[in-house]
Design a protein around this ligand. Structure first.
Ligand SMILES: Nc1ncnc2c1ncn2[C@@H]1O[C@H](COP(=O)(O)OP(=O)(O)O)[C@@H](O)[C@H]1O
Ligand SMILES: [Mg+2]
Length: 321
């Protein structure tokens, strides 16, 4: 029988920081995960991405890498592709799944094909606005899809560049705001409902949905400030959902995780309306693990220990390799 390595013999490298707008949040996620793994007895370093990373990984390879870089290149699959090239075990999703989830339009195409409900949408690259004339294009979209709409960067996170369009006059500025984060805008039908997030973890028995978390910003939208300022948002876990709706939410989160080919852990964002209708918005492969992040909250609510869950994923990633 293969001997199980003592925790102290396992060297984990957490990659956190990165070059996106979510740099600080990622660092916080990285430090929190490192503390939790160290309490499990594992040797753990946190390192940012830079030009020295590749030679350092080749010269002193850790046993396993936990990428917690939010945004690009941590969530778009490129960091995972580099780690795969070096042959290092990764905790989390590989490059293919990360690429699918990062591109919200690709993800929505896959979800719809799989029969998973997601709001109606159209996409528009920045270039199309100069090619066809912005005003004419926006008028057409508003006439075809109806208002309200939501405009968001095709690739992004933390609610950055996300704007609701309730009247046509709001449309141009929403598009401009979006294009400062991504060259392609995803324009979706606005869903009146509650924000629900479901963590999915795989600690040996296949992907499992954690208790759903309801997110209620106390003022305005669930934007960057609401996410990271203590006291700006009320989280309820488990979310107050009827039993059948909660079961369906869990089922759709798991189906989303599987359809996109995600691994170890993800967070699926959904909207639930008053009639219990559910729409999947997106999935995240590097969910935040800060003090106010939803995944650790959901792990706790499931009666699990965040450090033990991470340590199990670390061991499983090593065993997979
Ligand atoms: N179609 C929609 N209808 C209503 N609100 C939405 C819609 N899409 C996004 N939102 C709101 O914007 C937030 C961020 O959207 P999301 O697609 O999860 O992008 P990200 O979290 O990557 O910025 C959601 O949590 C929700 O509050
Ligand atoms: Mg989201």
């Amino acid at each position: 029988m293969k001997e199980r390595a003592a925790a102290s013999d396992i060297r984990v490298l957490i990659l956190a920081g990165g070059m996106s707008y979510e740099h600080e949040i990622s660092l916080k996620s990285g430090r929190r995960a490192a503390d939790a793994l160290q309490r499990q007895g594992m040797a753990c370093d946190v390192r940012d991405l830079d030009g020295e990373l590749l030679p350092a990984l080749q010269e002193f390879p850790p046993d396993v890498v936990l990428p917690l870089v939010h945004g690009q290149p941590g969530e778009d699959g490129s960091l995972q592709a580099v780690l795969e090239l070096i042959g290092l075990p990764i905790v989390g999703t590989g490059s293919t799944g990360a690429r699918r989830a990062w591109n919200k339009i690709t993800a929505k195409d896959l979800l719809r094909t799989a029969g998973i409900p997601t709001p109606d949408w159209t996409s528009m690259p920045r270039q199309a606005f100069s090619d066809f004339g912005a005003r004419k294009l926006l008028d057409r979209i508003a006439a075809k899809m109806g208002l309200p709409l939501i405009v968001k960067p095709n690739s992004g996170g933390s609610g950055l560049g996300v704007h609701a369009v309730r009247k046509e006059d709001d449309f141009p500025s929403a598009m401009m705001g979006c294009f400062s984060y991504s060259d392609t805008a995803l324009i979706e039908t606005f869903v009146e409902g509650r924000d629900i997030a479901v963590g999915v973890v795989d600690i040996g028995e296949g992907p499992t949905a954690l208790p759903p978390v309801e997110i209620a910003p106390l003022h305005g939208d669930y934007d960057y400030a609401a996410r990271y300022n203590p006291g700006a948002t009320r989280w309820t876990v488990p979310a107050a959902l009827s039993e059948p709706v909660a079961a369906r939410v869990a089922e759709l989160a798991l189906k989303t995780h599987r359809t996109l080919g995600l691994g170890d852990m993800s967070r699926v964002d959904l909207m639930v309306d008053d009639a219990g209708g559910i729409q999947v918005l997106e999935a995240n492969v590097a969910p935040g693990t800060t003090e106010t992040s939803l995944l650790p909250m959901a792990i706790d609510a499931a009666g699990l220990d965040f450090g033990e869950v991470l340590a199990t994923m670390v061991r499983r990633a090593i065993a997979r390799s």
